[in-house]
Ligand binder design. Structure first.
Ligand code: TRP
Length: 357
């Protein structure tokens, strides 16, 4: 296949913290595998991070660490376009243009907006979760606890990330599917409003294979940075072992072949992701005949996780120390990303009637 024919894959991650095992097994590891087969574009969404008003002294550090983590995990700037969102000013301009075709009503009904707006206002989900009640909460909010407009237009910005590159395959987590649906809707709407065929409709991309759900260490649910249940790629061995040893368990199997409770099932899932089938079988058998010791299981798990994260952590630290390299990667990424972005933006401006004198 020639270079142009490859389908365009694009995914971004908000610059709000370090990457954890969930990011690694759920996304990063697959990104690494598809780099040869697709026109891959991976970026760090620092403008999206601004919607939750991060500490300005932290933001750049976060961008840097995610970049180093991307590279350490195997994203290859020779194969993929790796860039920082704010290095592509065309995105900000297109965001303004696209917003002219986005309804505040549809943005307000987005699940992630409701969630984040309520967090910003410091309120939980009320008994009356209707759209009408929600609007009143927002409009009635005092100005010192405002919900910023950037949070409302988060889906516009994400749609722009995707559409400006004309990406058709967008690997995202479940929580982002609604944003992807909005992206398709905005693309269709723009095309039909102007009678053009500018934007292709992107779809979720799971690279085939079974989806990987990486559980947290707190007994229930998936690993997530807002859950406080994460193992980070950058975790030092001592801290990592401590976290794993503290993972939630239960009182142990009371009879042979007992069903496995969620906290234990989660530990087994992590073991399956990081260990060999023989080791997994050994612990499964020990569970079935009640000889299992959770302390041993956790020790094993911690070492198997470390076998994966240690080389990555070492690379992260090496890469972080090499500012020149980091700068050259994002410079080149921005050049490539801007080329396509500028072309799309120019078409869009023309379609909308913006002309130069
Ligand atoms: N909103 C995504 C998240 O929080 C991050 C993101 C921003 C993104 N722009 C994107 C993902 C474009 C895919 C494509 O996970």
């Amino acid at each position: 296949m020639s270079e142009q024919k490859k389908e365009i894959v694009l995914s971004g991650i908000r610059a709000t913290g370090n990457l954890h095992l969930g990011n690694y097994f759920g996304a990063l590891r697959k990104f690494v595998q598809v780099q040869d087969d697709y026109d891959c574009n991976f970026f760090i969404a620092d403008l999206h991070a601004l919607t939750t008003n991060p500490d300005p002294t932290q933001l750049h550090q976060n961008v840097k660490s995610i970049l180093a983590e991307y590279l350490a995990a195997g994203l290859d700037p020779e194969k993929s376009t790796i860039f920082v969102q704010s290095d592509v000013p065309e995105i900000a301009e297109m965001y303004l243009l696209l917003n002219m075709h986005v309804g505040i009503g549809e943005l307000m009904r987005t699940a992630s907006f409701k969630d984040k707006a309520r967090k910003a206002l410091g309120i939980g989900t009320p008994a009356d979760d209707s759209d009408e009640a929600f609007e009143k909460e927002i409009i009635g909010a005092s100005t010192n606890k405002r919900v910023n407009a950037g949070l409302l237009t988060y889906p516009t910005l994400m749609a722009v990330d995707i559409l400006i590159q004309k990406a058709t395959k967008v690997p995202v987590g479940k929580d982002q599917l609604q944003h992807l649906e909005l992206t398709r809707r905005f693309a269709r709407r723009f095309n039909s409003f102007y009678g053009v065929d500018l934007f292709p409709e992107p779809t979720d991309f799971d690279f085939g294979g079974a989806p990987v759900k990486v559980p947290g260490l707190d007994g229930s649910g998936k690993m997530g940075k807002s859950e406080g249940n994460c193992i980070y790629l950058i975790d030092e061995p001592k801290a990592l072992r401590k976290k794993v040893m503290r993972a939630v368990t239960d009182e142990g199997p009371q009879a042979p072949n007992s069903p496995v409770s969620e906290p234990i099932a989660n530990l087994f899932t992590l073991l399956e992701l990081t260990s060999t089938p023989e080791v997994v079988k050994q612990y499964r058998d020990a569970y079935a005949d009640c000889s299992i010791r959770y302390g041993d299981l956790k020790k094993q798990l911690a070492e198997d996780i470390l076998a994966i994260t240690t080389p990555i952590r070492e690379r992260i630290n090496d890469i972080l120390a090499d500012e020149t390299y980091l700068a050259s990667v994002v410079k080149r990424g921005a050049e490539r990303a801007r080329e396509r972005a500028a072309a799309t933006l120019s078409e869009m401006r023309h379609i909308m009637g913006i002309r130069k004198f």
